[in-house]
Design a binder for this molecule. Structure first.
Ligand code: NDP
Length: 483
């Protein structure tokens, strides 16, 4: 039996009120570990200590804070091979993606390490004579971070790094399906020069410990990434205490392929965007909006490319797409395949459960053809290795289909026309827009977020993160006249 991994409660590693088992979705015979589930009392204890620790941390010198964040980032990058393998083992993404994610997580910390030294405010003269004004940002206080399983290390890091950078305490509730990556990150943070209890790890189910966390009046701000229904519940809980909230949720991203597109590029962007991370990305290209003039040749190459994808164990060399994360997700994906067929879509390939040498949650990547934008498979986030082709007659129709969704995270266009790409960049109603690039894959030094049901509250990442993790104070100073 493996040793149970503990929570970090008020600065101490602590056993929980129960334990949860975590298995490898590529091979269910592989037990990743047992993980403590935090109790209500532990949550209260850690929140109380976080309030004390936050004041101490906010008073640290800038260079001391900078060095903490730099150390975390450097260790993540240096250990990206080892921690990436752990991530891939428990989440199911191919090893290269796991390693890349951990490395990127390190970059979030080193970026915000630098931001520690760039905490500039504003100053102004008052309209009153002899009075000066100083506008500065201060920490919000105790921040609750609720993160998903699909990017267990990166999503958490792009929240934890700015939260710490701007002087806050963090209570982190990771997704219970990917706890090993969470413990690994928490171990790196816990050994730094930080006040006791500044950073807490509270593993447990979202419905119990997560809900208690977001309902707590001791929490000053909540940053959440996950599904729309859970996000709406969190916002409802947050408003009871007037807690600041920021949420990144689902999407239904479209990649528009125009008649002047480089088709090989378009197909490679579509394959990567639709099936990278087994399609379990909020930025996945789940709608491929294709000009009729290139539709047939695009589809031919797309289907050939999809059929050629190697599905396999996340840690095996050559695997291009790993398993789905869980039995529940697999069941939902297969239900979407049935739904698409019942709506009249044609399944050109894939979309089926795969039997492999290891017992895991495998399915083949699937492409729907002859779909219309009003089908449920084109309106709901499936979070599956499934994509739909929607044929359109013109650029204008493509843009209107891209924008016809309640979501609005990312969108992309593949075209060689400067005029179309410029018009698209200006008129696509999404928070992120790409030209001749995948809809997935974003940088860390610029804002990330969407419109509509995709996001709520201030943007994440880059300098925009300061908007959420700080509160502004305006000071008026009358210094008098020197004697
Ligand atoms: P959820 O929204 O259920 O989970 C996201 C996080 O919220 C997890 O840490 C979860 O904990 C936690 N949580 C769940 N319920 C509550 C609650 N009542 N209060 C506080 N925290 C809570 O997403 P799932 O993981 O179940 O995935 C379901 C669907 O959500 C996916 O199929 C996909 O469509 C979408 N999704 C979108 C993501 C994105 O990046 N846009 C990311 C992940 C999911 P726990 O898991 O431990 O219960």
């Amino acid at each position: 039996m493996s040793e149970t991994k503990l929570n970090l409660i008020a600065g101490n590693w602590a056993a929980g009120e129960s334990e949860a088992e975590n298995r490898n979705p590529s091979d269910l015979s592989d037990l990743v570990g047992m993980f403590a589930q935090a109790s209500t009392q532990q949550l209260q204890d850690t929140l109380d200590q976080a309030q004390v620790a936050q004041l101490e941390w906010a008073a640290y010198g800038l260079e001391r804070k900078q060095s903490v964040l730099m150390n975390i980032g450097n260790e993540l990058m240096a250990r990206s091979e080892e921690l990436g393998a752990l991530l891939s083992r428990e989440e199911g993404k191919p090893l290269a993606e796991g390693k890349g994610e951990v490395y990127r997580a390190g970059q979030f910390f080193t970026y915000y390490a630098a931001e520690c030294l760039r905490q500039l405010g504003e100053n102004a003269d008052s309209v009153r004579a002899g009075v000066e004004i100083d506008v500065r940002r201060e920490a919000v206080g105790v921040v609750a971070i609720i993160s998903p399983w699909n990017f267990p290390t990166a999503t958490a890091s792009w929240k934890i790094a700015p939260a710490l950078c701007y002087g806050n305490a963090v209570v982190w509730k990771p997704a219970n399906i990917t706890p090993a990556s969470a413990v690994a990150l928490a171990e790196i943070i816990a050994k730094q020069d930080i006040p006791k209890g500044l950073f807490s790890l509270v593993m447990g189910s979202g419905r119990s410990i997560g809900q208690q966390l977001v309902e707590s009046p001791k929490v000053n701000a909540i940053s959440f990434t996950g599904s729309v229904p859970v996000g709406k519940g969190i916002a409802t809980a947050a408003i009871q205490n007037l807690t600041k909230v920021q949420m990144e949720m689902g999407s239904k991203n479209a990649l528009a392929v125009m008649d002047d597109a480089d088709l090989d590029l378009a197909v490679s962007l579509a394959l990567g965007g639709a099936f990278g991370g087994t399609g379990q990305k909020c930025t996945a290209s789940s709608r491929l909006v294709v000009h009729h003039a290139v539709h047939d040749s695009f589809v031919e190459k797309l289907v050939a490319g999809t059929k050629a994808m190697k599905v396999g164990h996340a840690l095996e060399a050559g695997t291009q797409m790993g398993p789905v994360v869980s039995q529940q997700q697999l069941d939902e994906n297969l239900a979407y395949v049935d739904l698409g067929l019942s709506e009249g879509a044609e399944l050109a390939c894939g979309g089926a459960r795969l039997e492999m040498p290891h017992d895991g949650f495998y399915m083949s990547p699937g492409v729907f053809l002859n779909t219309t934008n009003d089908m449920r498979i084109n309106r709901e986030e499936m979070f599956a290795p499934l994509t739909s082709v929607i044929k359109v007659g013109s650029y204008d129709e493509a843009l209107s289909v891209v924008n016809d969704t309640k979501f609005g995270l990312t969108s992309g266009i593949v075209t060689q026309s400067l005029a179309r790409s410029t018009h698209f960049r200006r008129h696509a109603r999404t928070g992120v827009v790409t030209v001749n690039l995948p809809t997935a894959g974003t940088d860390y030094h610029v804002p990330f977020g969407g419109r509509g049901d995709s996001s709520y509250g201030p943007r994440e990442q880059g300098k925009s993160a300061a908007e959420f993790y700080t509160t502004v104070k305006t000071a008026y100073i009358s210094a008098g006249t020197p004697s």
